[in-house]
Design a protein around this ligand. Structure first.
Ligand SMILES: Cc1ncc(COP(=O)(O)O)c(C=O)c1O
Length: 390
């Protein structure tokens, strides 16, 4: 393991950015008021890709989920079941709407919600479940989760934040439930620093989504300026050019939302420059996924050789492999430090709590709790030089 040949450190973020993306961002920085309509083009493109008539784009996966909860007309007192292995902005988007979160434990094969755990936590107040494709993996229990929710007339939300372009039995993830949301945040399959979208094929939900979209405010110009600067910086650092320092760079989470408080981003629709960047990346999606799947194959061989427990892959699942998770026998921090040095890679700790990074202990979700301590993830977009050597 010690002589694995990653000459340059393999980062977790920003590997899919290209010079074209950086030029596009720079052009928007110099001419922010260009009269264009990329949003309609984006919505049409997404509608064709996912074969769903209703599409709306927002300023994040979190903003998209915020719109989904309102589209479903979930109200204070209603409950939504989510997996006990997610992040705080997901929880925020739900609780900002006054809806109560109920956690269901996950299974350790694919980090998805366990169907048995779901059955245990449903109450008469449950209105919806959220199926999350963690690390871009199709959940082991996907068919039973869908069947149970349908049998109990629960709305099914798919969290495809990690799973843009993934499929189950040939069907696009995001088309298996009632409504789905996606993310183009910088740690995701496509990267516009912040961004997201919602799709649905249900006409009632579709019309409601369109109303919500029409009422959603545009982001403020300074946020978009900072987003474009962040993208230019991210591309520069991916190229190994010295980072000019934090300056106007946007954080992944604003300190206000980290404190569990509302920020306007949750209500914003997507801005034109972000839509143009997203279209460019969606055109490259096939190539992006090939790259990540090649990386996952590399790690599969590596995990087998070095005795690391890896996810189970169902033959009908086409995972996006946003990250390659390994389940450890000891605390992840120690192993992370070792692997980072031995392999010259960045490792990821998603998620360190059931609603990362917010402290949260869930006695009824032992697998989710254990995953927060024992699951470490590895970057799947590798430098070309490293791919074939083990
Ligand atoms: C599983 C999951 N769902 C949703 C989101 C929210 O996406 P965004 O960062 O675009 O708001 C994230 C963010 O990391 C996530 O990990």
């Amino acid at each position: 393991m010690s002589n694995l040949p990653f000459q340059r450190r393999v980062p977790l973020l920003n590997m899919s950015l290209t010079e074209e993306d950086a030029h596009c961002a720079a052009r928007w920085l110099s001419a922010p008021d260009s009269p264009v309509d990329h949003i309609s083009r984006l919505h049409m493109h997404i509608s064709l890709m996912w074969n769903t008539p209703w599409v709306a784009s927002f300023m994040g996966g979190r903003a998209s989920l915020y719109a989904v909860i309102r589209t479903l007309e979930l109200k204070p007192g209603d409950q939504i079941v989510i997996p006990a292995f997610t992040c705080q902005c997901v929880a925020n988007a739900i609780t900002f709407n006054g809806v109560e979160i109920v956690f269901a434990d996950i299974e350790s094969d694919t980090y998805g919600m366990s169907a048995r755990a779901l059955q245990r936590v449903v109450t008469p107040r449950t209105r919806a479940i959220m199926i999350q494709y963690t690390f871009g993996l199709v959940c082991r229990d996907i068919d039973s989760l869908l069947a149970f929710a349908r049998a109990h007339k629960l709305r099914i939300i798919e969290d495809c934040a990690h799973a843009t372009g993934g499929k189950w039995q040939g069907k696009m993830l995001g088309t298996l439930g009632d409504i789905a949301f996606f993310s183009s945040e910088r740690s995701k399959v496509v990267n516009t620093i912040h961004g997201g979208w919602v799709v649905t094929a249900d006409p009632v939900l579709g019309k409601r989504l369109m109303e919500i979209y029409a009422q959603s405010p545009a982001p403020d110009a300074d946020f978009i300026r900072r987003l474009l600067i962040t993208l230019c910086h991210a591309f520069a650092s991916r190229q190994g050019i010295a980072h000019p320092g934090p300056g106007d760079v946007l954080p992944q989470m604003h300190p206000t939302e980290l404190a569990g408080l509302f920020t306007p981003q949750y209500a914003w629709k997507m801005a034109e420059p972000v839509a143009e960047l997203l279209i460019m990346q969606l055109f490259r999606l096939d190539r992006i996924l090939i790259k990540r799947r090649q990386g996952a194959m590399f790690w599969q061989r590596w995990a087998q050789k070095h005795g690391f427990r890896q996810p189970q892959v169902h033959p009908d699942a086409e995972n996006t492999w946003l990250r390659f998770p390994v389940w450890l026998d000891e605390p992840k921090e120690k192993v992370a430090a070792h692997l980072e040095q031995a392999l010259n890679i960045e490792t990821g700790v998603w998620f360190t709590t059931p609603i990362h990074p917010q402290p949260c202990e869930l006695a009824n979700c032992p697998t989710g709790m254990l995953a927060t301590k024992r699951s470490l993830n590895l970057p799947t977009w590798l430098w070309n030089e490293a791919e074939l050597e083990e």
